[in-house]
Design a protein around this ligand. Structure first.
Ligand code: 13P
Ligand code: SF4
Length: 398
C-alpha cells in the first residue's frame, strides 16, 4: 500500500533522470517508457564474480545512503558508527571495501589492524560537512580560545563525520567522538570532565547536531550556544561571548539535511493528514523542533520497522535511504519530507562501475584507492574513538 512517489518537479528541483523535463533549463531529460538499469547489467555479473573470487579475503561495508546497486553487494549495512565497529570486528579480512564516504573509510583504517587495507571505490566520495572543518582552522580556533582565557574549560566533542585530523585534535585535547545516536551521552560526559557549571564544549563540525542535542536533550538554552565562524577573527565572537557560552558550535552543516525547512514540515502536514514527521538530528533546529521524532539513521530504520501498519511517515534524511525504506515497508505510507530531490552527491559517487573496478583490481592482486591515515594522526584519532566506545551504554544498535 506504499504510496511513495518521487518528489514532484518544482522550479528549484533537480529532476531525476528520465522523470520529466524542464525546457527552461538544463535540468532533467525526459525518457518516456521504462528506463534500462542505470548501470550496464553485465556489471552485476562482474561484481558477483569478483566477490566470489575474493571470498573471505574481502568484506564490503555499505552505508545506508548508498545506491541500491551498491547496497546489493554489501556484506553489512549500517550508519557510520556501526560500520566502523563492523570493520574493527573483521580482523580476518585483509581487504575492507568501504562503500561510504572518505571520513568513514579513514575511521575504518584507524580501527582495523595493521595487516588490513581499506579501499574507498571512488576517492571523490568526500563529505562537504567534514570539509567545513580544516585542521588548520581548528588549531587557530583553539589558539583563540586560549587567548580568550577559556581553553582550560573546554572539552572538544567531534562528530564522527569529521576528518581523521579533527578526530586526532579531539583526542589530543582530551575530548571524545560522538555519533548522532550517542551525542547526548557524549555531551554529558564532556561537561562532567570539568567542575559543575564551568565546563564548555567545542562541538565540531555540525552546528545542528550540537545545538539540537544541547537544547532539546540537555535542556540548555539557545543563548548558551554560540556559533564559531572560522572565517572571522576570533570566530566572529567577543571574549565575553566565549566566556559566557556553554556550547561553542563550529559553523558547519550537512548540505543534504540542511535543505529541509520549516516549510517542508508544514507542507507535508497539509498534504498528508495524520503524518508523523521523523528527521535526522543534522537537520536545522527549527525543523527538528517542529518534527514529531528525531533520530539517527539506525533509529529511523528501527522506528519504521516498529510502526503500526497503515501509519503515515514523512522522513527527513537522504533520499536513497528513504526510497529503500518505502520499498521495504509496503505496509506503511512513507514519503520524503521535502518535495525536491535530496541525494547526497558524494555518497552517490560510489556506483557499480567503481565497485566492480575496485573488486576486480583486488582479485587481480592490485590494491586501488587505499585509504591510509598517518600513524600519529591515527594514534590520537583512536584515542578519541576509544573514548567514545567507552561511553556508558554505547552499542552498535544505539
Ligand atoms: P549516520 O551514518 O551516523 O547516521 O550519519 C548520517 C550521515 O550524514 C552520514 O554521512
Ligand atoms: Fe556528509 Fe551530509 Fe553527505 Fe553525510 S549526508 S556524507 S554528512 S554531506
Amino acid at each position: 500500500m506504499s504510496t511513495f512517489a518521487e518528489p514532484a518537479a518544482t522550479p528549484a528541483a533537480l529532476l531525476l533522470l528520465g522523470r520529466g523535463r524542464d525546457l527552461a533549463s538544463e535540468r532533467g531529460v525526459e525518457c518516456p517508457g521504462d528506463l534500462p538499469a542505470p548501470s550496464d547489467p553485465g556489471l552485476v555479473e562482474r561484481a558477483r564474480a569478483a566477490k566470489a573470487a575474493l571470498g573471505d579475503q574481502v568484506f564490503v561495508l555499505g552505508h545506508h545512503y548508498q545506491r541500491d546497486e551498491v547496497i546489493e553487494f554489501a556484506d553489512v549495512t549500517g550508519d557510520s558508527f556501526k560500520l566502523a565497529q563492523q570493520a574493527a570486528a573483521r580482523p580476518d579480512s585483509p581487504y575492507i571495501v568501504f562503500c561510504g564516504v572518505h571520513f568513514m573509510a579513514e575511521s575504518a583504517d584507524v580501527l582495523t589492524a595493521e595487516h588490513q587495507q581499506v579501499v574507498l571505490p571512488d576517492l571523490a566520495a568526500g563529505c562537504s560537512m567534514a570539509d567545513m572543518a580544516a585542521i588548520s582552522q581548528v588549531e587557530d580556533a583553539w589558539d583563540d580560545l586560549v587567548d580568550a582565557g577559556v581553553a582550560d574549560d573546554v572539552v572538544p566533542v567531534s562528530y564522527m563525520n569529521s576528518t581523521a585530523a579533527i578526530k586526532a585534535f579531539t583526542g589530543r585535547h582530551g575530548g571524545t567522538i560522538c555519533t548522532s545516536s550517542n551525542a547526548r551521552t557524549a555531551l554529558d560526559w564532556a561537561f562532567a570532565q570539568r567542575p559543575a557549571g564551568r565546563g564548555k564544549v567545542l562541538f565540531l563540525p555540525d552546528q545542528h547536531l550540537g545545538r539540537n542535542t544541547a537544547v532539546l536533550e540537555l535542556g540548555l538554552s539557545l543563548g548558551d550556544c554560540v556559533l564559531f565562524d572560522p572565517h572571522k577573527p576570533m570566530g566572529g565572537l567577543t571574549r565575553e561571548q566565549l566566556q559566557n557560552a556553554r556550547m561553542i558550535l563550529w559553523r558547519g552543516h550537512c548540505s543534504v539535511h540542511g535543505r529541509f525547512s520549516l516549510d517542508s514540515v508544514n507542507d507535508v502536514r497539509e498534504r498528508v493528514p495524520g503524518v508523523q514527521v521523523l528527521v535526522h538530528p543534522e537537520c536545522r533546529h527549527e525543523v527538528v523542533s517542529a518534527a514529531d521524532h528525531v533520530g539517527s539513521t539506525e533509529k529511523i530504520i528501527q522506528t519504521l520497522a516498529a510502526a503500526p501498519a497503515g501509519s503515515s511517515w514523512a522522513i527527513g534524511t537522504e533520499l536513497n535511504l528513504v526510497r529503500r525504506l518505502a520499498r521495504e515497508n509496503p505496509q506503511l505510507d512513507v514519503t520524503f519530507l521535502d518535495r525536491t530531490v535530496c541525494f547526497c552527491s558524494t555518497m552517490n559517487r560510489i556506483d557499480l562501475p567503481h565497485l566492480v573496478w575496485s573488486l576486480e583490481s583486488l582479485a587481480a592482486g592490485r590494491v586501488v584507492n587505499r585509504i591510509v591515515v598517518d600513524p600519529d594522526v591515527a594514534h590520537w584519532a583512536r584515542v578519541a574513538l576509544d573514548q567514545m566506545l567507552a561511553l556508558p551504554g554505547i552499542t552498535a544498535k544505539d
